[in-house]
Design a binder for this molecule. Structure first.
Ligand code: ADP
Ligand code: MG
Length: 813
């Protein structure tokens, strides 16, 4: 058992604006416990709630200042927890702090750079690396990802659901068994055998979380996310299994309701968040006070799930994330205060070992087989089947003649076969009962005489008893197993069918749908690596499903999306990452080729050395002398070349492996960015469509059931609009047409990006850059399909452009 208080660390986020001097200082004297001093400026201290103090000091295990990078955080905070997790102890790392203080950055990582990966990806990488190194045990890893929002749990990894809102995700509920163990019903566990598989699950969950978030719920700042790695290990041949769980937790923003000052729906949420964190605080307070017998874990879902992590069987670490800017000082102080309380909580971590009933059954079955074999060896023949009819008849004949034999010395000889002996007794008993033979003395004396082999019979009995006992044990264990299975099924409620489906979906028979991703790492030169990339296909197809990206997006919408994408701020990040990815691909390709070269060179060198050996031996034989005792210089040279080549090969291989992880990560980041873009576009599109319906009579008059090109004034206007485009201009007829024309240049700035200066408009208005904003195809060639959905999409798009142009022109005038 390991007794330990919860470890607390602080991390200060770099400020958005220029560093404000004198707000805090860190004292990290080697001999003393590091402390963080927060200095409240006088102007703020006055208004500070009932408090005139100007400086606050808090102790932490360590304090990481703004310049601490992700690697440092992992090495100092997460690695020790991961190590004890690998040894079989439960572990938890949770980040606590106000919104924007860097919790997600610390736990999951930044969305742009590979070097920004946070604790989860780094820990996964470390865990799988260690597991690979240790061949003395058999390990199994599973992943689950739970989001708690408004006291409701949601499974972020359920493959059956296409999430477009949180409600679409399966609801996870808590079950408590009689031993007060918590089970999460509906939370799916997914086996991950490699780092890539685990990473895919992380990104899948994050994507689901992002998709489910709406501007109304802002779930990412108001929900708690618990990413859990479940590890079981056992030594080969042992029936004892060790289980450990590692929770990596990104808590909701800890800011107070008073400060958010919101009302209505949002207030309910804020209250909930506060409720949830308030219950966490209550648990922490109860735990930090001595002699408190009742700890109110059950008050909230989060404290129930994290029950073991708080004052229980777990090694727990808290990271207080701080955004030490002037306006955030009160929140930062309250975060530090919370941490000081947490540091008082003592946990007792134990190794979680249990006997696996399935393995036990296997072992007992083996023992039975061994006993049976032993029995067969003693008796000289196997005794597995029942006696045949002929044998039974023969036995009965023997019994009859034995009974009829008047010779007191006569014996009933059936051989050393328990089945026959039992049958004889059984038959005699039957005869005795049936015919009421009273001359039992004869029989019994005869039977006693049968004890000619008393020792053997004893032995049989013993063996038989053992067999019976084992059979009983197996029955008990089978029952136990059935119960366990039922419990687990109840707890997880993941039907086998779905698990099968999930496994299937992990190996899709088709290539990834996104052509941009068709650019696979050309690792055919390094065959052992190539297969690992199959997970990419799985990921992209899942993402496709998850984002609900329809294969056939209607034309108007598609065009609008293209323009939206071009002007979106994130497209820069996507492009940057694309560039890096391209570089990495070509580096990987070059490396693959070099590795291939090195490999064939190694082959050649080996061949040469062998040839040299053969020559030496042949020379020795032909000259009738032994192989020269002196080392052959040429061979030495070849050998050192071989060693050198092997070293080169290994270095390149290691690099290729690292590249592979980086490429995978970058692709996942890009996927995520694309999904985000798509989502923002959907929101924008919906808003535009809604505005249109309110403002535009053209669209108001649109009856979805009718083909739209029927004569109404506005529709005629539209069809005219379409044909005008084909003649070169994107002119709007009627009022204000001239103004629209002048603004066309900026038509592609559909996004709420800043309106260009009038000057830049003038400059560009001489050219006709519309070509690059509108796809090559003339708009008039856009088929009006008669499908009301598609047509109204086109309509919506055109109207949206119109509206924005109008706004812009009015604005710029
Ligand atoms: P939270 O999850 O606490 O609301 P985030 O992790 O989302 O906060 O951080 C808010 C913003 O600050 C993000 O854009 C993130 O990339 C950035 N950020 C946070 N911590 C750091 C850090 N240590 N270094 C650089 N950027 C950071
Ligand atoms: Mg966050």
């Amino acid at each position: 058992m390991v007794k330990q208080t919860i470890q607390i660390f602080a991390r200060v986020k770099p400020p958005v604006r220029k560093h404000q001097q004198g707000i805090y200082s860190i004292d990290e004297d080697e001999k003393l416990i590091p402390s963080l001093e927060i200095i409240v400026p006088r102007d703020l201290a006055d208004g500070f709630v009932n408090n005139k103090r100007e400086s606050y000091k808090f102790k932490f295990q360590r304090i990481f200042d703004q310049d601490a990078n992700q690697e440092t955080i992992f090495e100092n905070i997460a690695k020790p927890v991961a190590e004890s997790f690998l040894a079989g102890y439960n572990g938890t790392i949770f980040a606590y702090g106000q919104t924007g203080s860097g919790k997600t950055f610390t736990i999951t990582g930044g969305a742009e750079r590979y070097s920004d990966r946070g604790i989860i990806p780094r820990t996964l990488s470390y865990i799988f690396e260690q597991l690979q190194k240790d061949s003395s045990k058999i390990y199994t890893t599973h992943i689950s990802y739970l989001e708690i929002y408004n006291e409701c749990g949601h499974d972020l990894l359920d493959p059956r659901h296409e999430a477009s809102s949180l409600e679409d995700l399966p609801k996870v509920t808590i079950l408590e068994d009689p031993d007060q163990n918590i089970h999460l019903k509906n939370l799916s566990l997914h086996q991950a055998t490699t780092e890539e598989e685990a990473l895919n699950l992380l990104f899948l969950g994050d994507t689901n979380r992002m998709i489910a978030e709406t501007p109304m719920n802002q779930a990412s700042t108001r929900s708690h996310c618990i990413f859990t790695v479940h590890l079981s290990s056992k030594e080969p041949g042992s029936v004892t299994v060790r289980h450990a769980k590692l929770h990596l937790v990104d808590l909701a923003g800890s800011e107070r309701v008073a400060k958010t000052g919101v009302g209505g729906h949002l207030l309910t949420e804020a209250k909930y968040i506060n409720l949830s964190l308030h219950y966490l605080e209550q648990v922490i307070i109860a735990l930090s006070e001595k002699h408190r017998s009742h700890i109110p874990y059950r008050n909230s879902m989060m404290t129930s799930v994290l029950r073991d992590s708080l004052g229980g069987n777990c090694m727990t670490t808290m990271i207080a994330t701080l955004s030490l800017e002037k306006r955030n000082l009160d929140e930062s102080i309250s975060t530090c205060r919370f941490a000081q309380r947490v540091a008082l909580i003592k946990n007792e971590a134990v190794l979680n070992e249990e006997i696996d009933p399935r393995l036990m059954i296997k072992r007992l079955q083996k023992e039975i087989q061994e006993l049976k074999d032993e029995l067969a060896m003693v008796t000289g023949e196997p005794r597995t089947e029942a006696l045949t009819e002929a044998e039974l008849l023969q036995l009965e004949k023997l019994i009859t003649s034995f009974l009829e034999d008047q010779d007191p010395e006569s014996r009933l000889e059936v051989g050393a076969d328990m089945r026959k002996i039992h049958h004889c007794f059984h038959h005699l008993k039957k005869l005795l009962n049936d015919k009421k033979i009273l001359g039992s003395s004869t029989v019994s004396s005869e039977s006693k005489d049968q004890d000619c082999q008393p020792l053997k019979e004893d032995e049989y009995r013993k063996l038989q008893d053992i067999l019976k006992q084992r059979d009983n044990e197996i029955n008990i264990l089978v029952n136990m197993l059935k119960k366990e299975k039922k419990k687990v099924q109840e707890a997880l409620y993941l039907p086998a069918k779905d698990r099968r489906e999930f496994r299937h979906s992990q190996n899709p028979p088709f290539p990834p749908g996104n052509p941009e991703e068709g650019q696979k790492l050309p690792l055919s030169s390094a065959p052992s690596q190539a297969q690992d990339f199959s997970t990419l296909g799985y990921r992209s197809s899942l993402l496709h499903r998850k984002t609900g990206m329809r294969e056939e997006v209607s034309l108007g919408r598609q065009e609008a999306f293209e323009i939206f994408k071009r002007d979106h701020a994130d497209s820069v990040t996507i492009d940057d990452n694309k560039q890096i990815l391209k570089q990495r691909f070509s580096e990987a390709k070059a490396l693959g080729e070099s590795i291939n070269e090195a490999r064939s060179k190694i082959g050649h060198l080996k061949e040469e050395i062998t040839q040299r050996h053969i020559q030496q031996v042949a020379l020795g034989i032909s000259e009738n002398m032994a192989v020269p005792p002196m080392p052959d210089q040429q061979e030495e040279k070849l050998r050192s070349q071989l060693e050198e080549e092997k070293r080169r090969y290994k270095t390149m291989f290691t690099r290729l492996k690292a590249l592979k992880v980086e490429i995978e990560h970058l692709q996942l980041l890009m996927d995520k960015a694309k999904v985000k873009l798509q989502k923002e576009f959907e929101v924008w599109w919906a808003e535009e469509a809604a505005n249109l319906q309110v403002n535009s009579p053209a669209v108001n008059s649109l009856d979805h059931k009718k083909p739209f090109l029927q004569a109404s004034d506005s529709q005629r206007e539209l069809s005219q609009l379409l044909s005008n485009k084909s003649s070169g201009g994107w002119e709007v007829q009627g009022q204000g047409a001239g103004r629209f024309n002048a603004c066309d240049v900026n038509a592609r700035k559909i996004l709420p990006s800043p309106c260009p200066s009038p000057q830049s408009q003038k400059q560009s208005s001489t050219s006709t850059p519309l070509e690059d904003s509108i796809p090559e195809r003339p708009v008039s060639s856009i088929p009006l399909t008669g499908d009301s959905q598609t047509d109204s999409d086109i309509l919506a798009f055109i109207k949206a452009r119109e509206r924005i142009l109008q706004k812009k022109c009015l604005g710029s005038n």
